[in-house]
Design a binder for this molecule. Structure first.
Ligand code: AMP
Ligand code: MG
Length: 402
């Protein structure tokens, strides 16, 4: 055993991680249909007007507004219908005083018309004529050419998250694709002689690999591409070979072997191949967490215990990964509810304590750092600062929801 010389606070760990983020520089072009959730890597400037032509915003009649001066239900203006204009067709004729064209929403406004009167303000056709019951103002119910977007307008800027509405703006200017920042490639690899892949039968002392799947799921949900690797055995040679297999990764995440036992060799790996940024955080669960830079690539040594590993993935990896992927900060939803049972917390460690919410009351869900159901049966967690040793039943707590 090689006990931790010291641990750092969660805040210190976060600061060192933030200082180590290098936002991804690689870019790629993706079809617009695949752009949701990506981050624009260039300004996109329109070369067209949107709408590309002036058009009617209502079903009704394209008219000369002055023709409806003083029109009312009692004294309608009567206009001669010279054309029917549907969407997708250019008008054939210009509108002169005394005339009008029946027009559909989205159809091009004919020359000469300066207003649209909606069908609700007109009466039934009488032969080729239509009675207009209301006075129209010039410009009414017209969507002017370029009212939305003009040539030279930037519809998306570098760094913008491509949400549905920004994808809509790109679609409106006819962009089939968009340049985005690449998703960080994240190698995910479990270590441990006992850890085996799903599908293999278990023998006496083995367990299935959990962390590779939880970590890959977190990576996927927060902008990365997870590249899972087979588990590595607890020898320095095996860890070095495993690390060499992660050469194309932007971020490397190992789990297991990050503590202080004889067979916990991740620290030896870092000492041999990179620079340690921290090892040991005053949190529970998740104390034996390491972060290093190896060959200029960020390296996480996560604890093997599945709950410790996943908890620190939420707390430390998610912000790091999102910053690397240039995604905005993640703001989980929270609820404030009373605690259903007293909780005790170890002195000197910031605790992330999982809870289940039943009928508006938070109940402890934390079983132990090794139990994945500490998390899988929880709805969220509460934070208990290192200087607090208990929370009484009935105290209103803020639950950060998964
Ligand atoms: P370690 O951090 O290597 O000391 O492992 C701590 C505990 O977590 C041990 O009980 C391991 O068997 C377990 N463990 C390590 N890696 C994994 C994994 N990938 N999936 C599930 N359990 C693991
Ligand atoms: Mg181990």
């Amino acid at each position: 055993m090689r006990p931790f010389a010291s641990t750092i606070s969660i805040d210190e760990a976060r600061q060192r991680l933030t200082a180590s983020v290098r936002p991804i520089e690689r870019t790629e072009i993706v079809p617009l249909a695949d752009a949701a959730g990506r981050v624009a890597a260039a300004d996109v400037v329109s070369t067209i007007f949107v709408p590309p032509f002036s058009r009617s915003a209502m079903d009704g009649y394209a008219i000369v507004a002055a023709d409806t001066h003083d029109a009312s239900r009692e004294h309608p203006a009567r206009l001669r219908i010279i054309e029917r204009i549907y969407t997708g067709h250019a008008p054939a004729r210009a509108i002169r005083s005394g005339c009008c064209a029946e027009i559909a929403t989205g159809a091009p406004l004919p020359n000469g018309a300066d207003a649209v009167v909606m069908v609700e303000d007109t009466g039934p056709r009488q032969g080729d004529d239509v009675p207009i019951f209301a006075q129209a103002l010039p410009g009414q119910h017209i969507g002017r050419k370029g009212a939305d977007i003009s040539p030279g307008d930037a519809v998306v800027r570098t760094g913008d998250l491509l949400n549905p509405s920004r994808i809509g703006a790109l679609a409106a200017i006819g962009q089939p694709s968009v340049r985005v920042f690449a998703r960080p490639r994240v190698a995910v690899l479990s270590t441990g002689n006992e850890v085996i892949e799903p599908g293999c039968p278990l023998d006496g002392a083995q367990i299935y690999d959990v962390n590779r799947f939880t970590l890959a799921a977190v990576v996927h949900a927060h902008g990365g591409i997870a590249n899972p690797h087979a588990p590595a055995r607890d020898t320095l040679d095996a860890l070095e070979a495993a690390l060499d297999g992660c050469r194309d990764a932007d971020v490397v995440i190992f789990s297991g072997g990050s503590s202080v036992g004889d067979r916990d060799l991740v620290i030896d790996l870092v000492q041999k191949r990179g620079q340690m940024i921290f090892h040991g955080i005053a949190v529970r669960p998740g104390k034996p967490t390491a972060f290093a830079i190896i060959n200029n690539v960020p390296f996480f040594g996560m604890p093997g215990n599945p709950t410790s590993c996943l908890s620190n993935a939420y707390i430390l990896l998610v912000p790091f990964l999102r910053a690397t992927a240039r995604l905005p900060l993640y703001a989980p939803r929270t609820v404030s509810v009373p605690l259903g049972k007293r909780i005790v917390s170890p002195a000197g460690r910031h605790q992330f304590y999982t809870v289940r919410i039943n009928d508006g009351i938070a109940y402890p869900a934390f079983k132990g750092s090794g139990e994945i159901t500490s998390l899988s049966r929880a709805d969220g967690y509460i934070e208990i600062p290192s200087d607090q040793s208990s929370i009484d039943e009935g105290t209103v707590v803020t639950v950060i929801l998964f």
